[in-house]
Design a protein around this ligand. Structure first.
Ligand SMILES: Nc1nc2c(ncn2[C@@H]2O[C@H](COP(=O)(O)OP(=O)(O)OP(=O)(O)O)[C@@H](O)[C@H]2O)c(=O)[nH]1
Length: 205
């Protein structure tokens, strides 16, 4: 069975955990308690093939044994790079991450990387506070050869599922057999995920 590794990257508070939790549990959780980086696992069937998905959610707080961005990039087969459309600085961070992924994957063939970086402008429901135009996102995506999405973890369940399903499909078609370097350390079961989800005060948006 294929193992597909997807890293969800972006600056603090852009909604990385919210998007992952939405995809895995269907729920939007306003506040999610997580003090360590972790990997969520899910078995998926894509085009009739069984896949083991590992989704990496970094922790923005300093924590022991935390992997570096370079290690996360080497570990993953696919990347979801997230920014918050109401926060320009998060867009600049996303831009730097896209460029770093491109730089570190220079050795790979074009086919390997073209379809496995997704740039996602999250919090589309906050468009009245928008600081990053949709066109800027599209421009960065075409510059970095990424697929582009604008969506809202809070409001768009179907779009979130489609986005994750598509990156898993693309990453699995890459047929990559790359050397695995040190993998990000934390690993989390669904039970732990549910604990985190219910262990913290929920905030309405
Ligand atoms: N309005 C709105 N708020 C969102 C959305 N997605 C996430 N948030 C909020 O943004 C805040 C940060 O979300 P998280 O999922 O913790 O973000 P993160 O990127 O995992 O943050 P770190 O763990 O600090 O790296 C929370 O208050 C969420 O409720 C969204 O689509 N719309």
């Amino acid at each position: 069975m294929n193992d597909i590794k997807v890293a969800v990257l972006g600056s603090d508070g852009v909604g990385k955990s919210a998007l992952i939790v939405r995809f895995l549990t269907r729920r939007f959780i306003g506040e999610y308690a997580s003090s360590s980086e972790c990997i969520y696992r899910k078995r998926m069937s894509i085009d009739g093939r069984q896949l083991n998905l590992e989704l990496y959610d970094p922790c923005s707080q300093p924590c022991e044994g935390k992997s570096t961005l370079n290690e996360q990039i080497h570990w993953a087969d696919g990347f979801v790079v997230i920014y918050d459309i109401s926060d320009r600085s998060s867009f600049l961070t996303a831009k730097a991450i896209v460029h770093l992924i491109r730089e570190l994957h220079l050795g790979g063939t074009k086919r390997d990387t073209d379809s496995v970086i997704f740039l996602v402008g999250n919090k589309q429901d906050l468009c009245h506070m928008r600081e990053v135009d949709r066109e800027e996102g599209q421009r960065l995506a075409s510059e970095g050869r990424c697929q582009f999405y604008e969506l809202s973890a809070a409001e768009h369940y179907q779009e979130v599922v489609l986005m994750f399903s598509k990156i898993v499909r693309n990453a699995s078609l890459g047929g990559k057999a790359k050397e695995r370097r040190r993998r990000p350390s934390g690993s989390k079961s669904m039970a732990k995920l549910i604990n985190n989800v219910f262990g913290k005060r929920r905030k309405s948006v």
